[in-house]
Write a protein that binds this ligand. Structure first.
Ligand code: ADP
Length: 512
């Protein structure tokens, strides 16, 4: 406020001086220097540092509890165990146990680390203060360290004000401030900030009037300075992974509360279809579905909105691209190629094929994962490669050439082939990753890719007629569901088999 008043007064003065015909240059220069000085002092004192505190008991707003966190049973249990040390601090001190100063939550974004920290604060009846690593990084040396001091001071002061005996400091993106020291090319700022954090943590004792626990979160534990992970600092590392199928169902149930779902929505099915989704993705999926239903003027969220929302969260927003008709035709054949191969590799695999531009793709085929899978056999990996290559093979069959649209597929296919080699599942047998000559690796990858290309060609060539039919339908309706695709495919295969049985020698159509 004061700033605005002074700025206004300054401008006024300048106008008066100008209209008075005076030489204003010296005055203007002085004002500029004063302004610059002010800016520097302001940022150095850390006044722009915002400490975000969550609504606490007594304040309005919902409180997060461990019941609001779906899946993640193991991390929850580990965290609860650790928190009992905080809740029973007196007994811990009496036994001479080293106090717990820090817990590190490690895992990908959106898996509920912030939620857990909030629930932890709630469980231990502590004040909750959060800051993110990037808030400590400044151009001016010393500012980050000062902010760290402020953060700890604020936590204690707030706890005292609210009559709490403990405080939890949540530090998100810990790797930004806690990266390995000496790695920032002469930039001492990070190092000072990290040192200050270590000093603050080492100074925490069980006899403090306000016991402080630091909860760090990162998805890159490997980047952290080892000093942070030493005993007495971030003692406990709790891994928070992407939720498994059961976890996803749990999270969906939590976020479906208060949303009117139609009877045709089966959350267990949604959980199955969303392998790789984080908690944040699942929350967003249900929210998007609700928005779509509202826009469509429906009273309830139906399976149709859920399907559309999965596509949106997975592939990104629909784009307003208008590909030319010949491009669209190519995309249609490409996706149908993927889909037919996917069905042959694993019947029932295809959820839907679309030619709607979304995110970076012009069209896509979505598969239904059979189940969460963490180990793969050579056969399964070969199958995945076949599905990836089938887009380009279909283009080749329909148009006689390929396009740039397959570059991403090839990249993934080559990566899978490399995985086969490194896992000792190729003709080379067990290999040492680092001692394998690049040309040998390259030749083996090529061999795998060539083999799969030939296999896919043999699948698709005799199915040219059904490819044409499915592509026509896809262009007309923009989307073909897995069931429709399977029916068409089964009919075509039955007709081919009948023809082969009826007129031996004449069918199946011989691959050219
Ligand atoms: P992180 O800190 O791991 O990046 P957040 O805790 O900020 O993730 O999660 C973001 C949002 O995603 C939450 O507000 C919540 O709506 C949803 N979410 C994430 N994980 C879960 C979970 N395990 N259970 C319920 N909701 C979750």
């Amino acid at each position: 406020m004061l700033k605005e008043l002074l700025a206004g007064a300054g401008a006024g003065l300048l106008i008066v001086l100008l209209t008075g015909g005076l030489d204003v240059m010296p005055v203007a220069m002085l004002a500029l220097l004063a302004g610059l000085f002010w800016f520097l002092v302001d940022s150095r004192s850390g006044r722009r540092f915002e400490v975000v505190s969550s609504p606490q008991p007594g304040a309005a707003g919902p409180r997060v509890t461990f019941d609001d966190i779906g899946g993640q049973e193991v991390p929850k249990r580990e965290l609860l165990e650790a928190l009992d040390f905080v809740r029973e601090a007196d007994r811990v001190a009496a036994m001479g146990i080293r106090p717990l100063r820090g817990i590190l939550l490690a895992g990908p974004p959106g898996t509920g680390k912030t939620l857990m920290a909030k629930a932890a604060a709630n469980y231990a009846d502590s004040v909750f203060i959060s800051a993110s690593g990037s808030q400590f990084v400044e151009m001016y040396a010393g500012v980050g360290a000062q902010r760290v001091r402020r953060l700890f001071r604020d936590a204690r002061e707030q706890a005292k004000r609210l009559g709490k005996s403990s405080a939890m400091i949540f530090l998100d993106e810990l790797e930004v401030l806690g990266g390995r020291r000496g790695q920032h090319g002469g930039h001492v700022e990070y190092d000072q900030t990290l040192n200050q954090l270590l000093v603050e943590m080492d100074g925490l004792t069980p006899h403090d009037p306000v016991r402080v626990l630091v909860i760090g979160a990162t998805n890159r534990v490997d980047l952290l300075d080892p000093a942070l992970l030493r005993p007495g600092r971030f003692d406990r590392v709790v891994h928070v992974d992407l939720p498994d199928r059961e976890g996803r169902l749990h999270i969906l149930r939590i976020h479906a509360k208060g949303k009117p779902l139609a009877v045709d929505v089966d959350l267990a099915e949604v959980a199955r279809d969303t392998f790789g989704f984080s908690g944040a993705h699942l929350e967003s999926l249900l929210n998007e579905a609700a928005i779509l239903a509202m826009r469509a003027g429906k009273e309830q969220i139906t399976a149709q909105e859920i399907r559309e929302a999965i596509d949106k969260v997975m592939m990104g927003e629909k784009r307003d691209l208008k590909p030319r008709l010949d491009e669209l035709r190519r995309v249609a054949y490409h996706e149908i190629g993927h889909a037919i191969a996917a069905e042959l590799v694993r019947p029932g695999a295809v959820a839907a094929v679309t030619v709607t531009p979304r995110g970076r793709a012009l069209g896509y085929m979505r598969q239904t994962p059979a189940d969460d899978q963490y180990l793969y056999t050579a056969e399964e990996l070969h199958g995945q490669i076949a599905v990836l290559l089938a887009g380009a093979v279909a283009e080749e069959i329909a148009f006689g050439n390929r396009s740039t649209g397959s570059a991403g597929d090839f990249e993934q296919a080559a990566a899978l082939a490399e995985r086969i080699v490194h896992a000792g599942l190729s003709r080379l047998g067990i290999v040492h990753k680092d001692r394998l000559a690049p040309n040998v690796l390259h030749d083996e990858i090529q061999h795998i890719l060539d083999g799969e290309t030939a296999r896919v060609r043999a699948w698709l060539k005799p199915r040219r007629a059904v490819m044409d039919e499915l592509a026509r339908r896809l262009l007309e309706e923009e989307r073909v569901d897995g069931d429709v695709l399977r029916m068409q495919l089964a009919m075509a295969d039955a007709a081919a088999a009948a023809a082969a049985a009826g007129a031996p020698g004449a069918a199946p159509p011989a691959p050219a």
